[in-house]
Design a protein around this ligand. Structure first.
Ligand SMILES: [Fe+2]
Length: 207
């Protein structure tokens, strides 16, 4: 029985990884972005005392955070220019589309909550529900810090990478507005210990 469960967990993991790689490819994210933010979000949450199923759900939610973009038309997802008001409203719907996908799968229902909330902001100005403070699931509040730092320190088609120190300063600047002030330092400390050294001290390649 234990062997069957272990093997089922491996199948789940491999399937979710394949799905996340497909998402990264379509979204033109840096290679491995989803796996990276999943590991770092789960690692930071684990350091803050989350464990067992709750931790697995955070990892799965972080891994599949943008899965709802599968339902966003290419013309919007890949538009090289600024989105119109209507296109932006459609793009924002990826959070609820992701929630709809995952909440239909029994073992991903917990992860669906993080996916639904991954664009909320601490001060209530995010989307889709305008949740504020601790109404936003804990995993989503950690994820937002990790995802922001990852987006800044790795090059994407539409931005230039900055050093970890600059990314951390930006996160601290948004304390209490975008991010949970209580989670910033523990998350940044975890990140500083776990992201590659060349991303921390890459000042020369930044600007
Ligand atoms: Fe997203």
């Amino acid at each position: 029985m234990r062997e069957a469960l272990t093997s089922l967990n491996h199948v789940h993991s491999a399937t979710l990884d394949a799905l996340s790689m497909a998402m990264d490819f379509r979204d033109q994210s840096t290679s491995g972005h989803s796996r990276r933010v999943a590991d770092l979000t789960a690692g930071a949450a684990g350091r803050m005392g989350i464990k067992d199923l709750a931790l697995v759900q955070i990892e799965h939610g972080a891994l599949l955070h943008d899965i709802g973009k599968l339902k966003i038309p290419d013309s919007i997802l890949w538009k090289p220019a600024k989105l119109t008001e209507e296109e932006w409203r459609m793009m924002q719907r990826h959070a609820e589309f992701g929630y709809e996908f995952l909440s239909n799968v029994e073992f991903l229902k917990g992860a669906a909550e993080l996916v639904y909330s991954h664009h909320e902001k601490y001060d209530g100005t995010g989307y889709p529900r305008g949740l504020r403070g601790e109404e936003i699931p804990f995993g989503a509040r950690v994820f937002m810090i990790v995802d922001t730092v990852d987006a800044m320190i790795y090059k994407r088609p539409y931005n230039r990478p900055v050093s970890f120190h600059d990314a951390a300063a930006e996160v601290r600047r948004c304390s209490g507005t975008q991010f949970d002030p209580n989670l910033i330092e523990p998350t940044l400390t975890y990140l500083s210990e776990h992201i590659p050294e060349d991303r921390i001290y890459s000042e020369a390649t930044c600007r």
